[in-house]
Ligand binder design. Structure first.
Ligand code: PGA
Length: 252
């Protein structure tokens, strides 16, 4: 059975002490609940990763980076490599978030290199895909997502692909308070699973966790996660408060 995953994307938020408090509160709350095959992931800013992996080591939390450089090492001032993340025992890395695509001009071909970089170090990519509002309104959303997967992921072998987590994040839903309806999410998730089955096989498709992201919160998570092909969420704003994040984790 594929894993259910709830991942918190903290983006560029919190001081060191606030971040430490947040992960410690999540760790404490998790002791009291039955996770029932749900993997809990937190993705803090790079500078807090060591603190986070120290705390996570003692409990049921996995840690992810929010980004990675595609090079192995060298003169890339200010950048962080996959081998650095691996040396901190980071388990996951978000790749292709729409904010990276928009503000840092990351395109599908470039993201493909980042996917390869993390897989080379046994870090699981949480690969984000999703369309803009104008693309949905023009009826192009399936094509956009298909091309994102084809150009950044479908060069992988099936063994490599088994390490990938896909996050469908319609850009119009991110940080807007307007989530995709459960039907819209299910429709796209089923489409993504079908594409994976077509490229690889049914077994790989059925093992792939496909997360929904975009204004997912404690109020709408249950309905979204109840969809057959929605295997959890990539949570932004609502992951910054431990009580709400814990409620989302318990929404399956
Ligand atoms: P949001 O962000 O939950 O704040 O909409 C989701 C994301 O960007 O991953």
């Amino acid at each position: 059975m594929r894993k259910k995953i709830v991942a918190g994307n903290w983006k560029m938020n919190k001081s060191f002490f606030e971040a430490e408090e947040l992960i410690a509160d999540i760790a404490e709350a998790l002791e009291e609940i039955d996770l029932n095959n749900t993997e809990v992931v937190v993705c803090p800013p790079f500078v807090y990763l060591e603190m986070a992996t120290d705390i996570a080591e003692e409990c049921d939390i996995k840690v992810g980076g929010q980004n990675v450089n595609d090079n192995e090492s060298g003169a890339y001032t200010g950048e962080i490599s996959a081998s650095m993340l691996a040396s901190l025992e980071v388990d996951y890395c978000i790749i292709g978030h729409s904010e990276r695509r928009k503000y840092f001009s990351e395109n599908n071909a470039f993201l493909k290199r980042k996917v390869d970089a993390v897989l080379n170090h046994d870090i699981r990519p949480i690969f984000c895909c999703g369309e803009l509002l104008a693309e949905r309104e023009a009826g192009h959303h399936f094509d956009i997502v298909r091309i994102q997967l084809e150009e950044s992921l479908f060069h992988l072998s099936s063994e490599q692909f088994r390490q990938v987590v896909v996050a469908y994040e319609p850009v119009w839903a991110i940080g807007t308070g307007v989530n995709a309806s459960p039907e819209q999410a299910q429709e796209m998730h089923a489409f993504i699973r079908q594409l994976i089955a077509g490229k690889y096989d049914i077994a790989v498709a059925n093992e792939t966790s496909i997360l929904y992201g975009g204004s997912c919160n404690a109020k709408n998570a249950e309905e979204l996660f109840a969809q057959k092909d929605v295997d959890g969420g990539l949570i932004g704003g609502a992951s910054l408060k431990s009580e709400e994040f814990i409620q989302i984790i318990q929404s399956f």
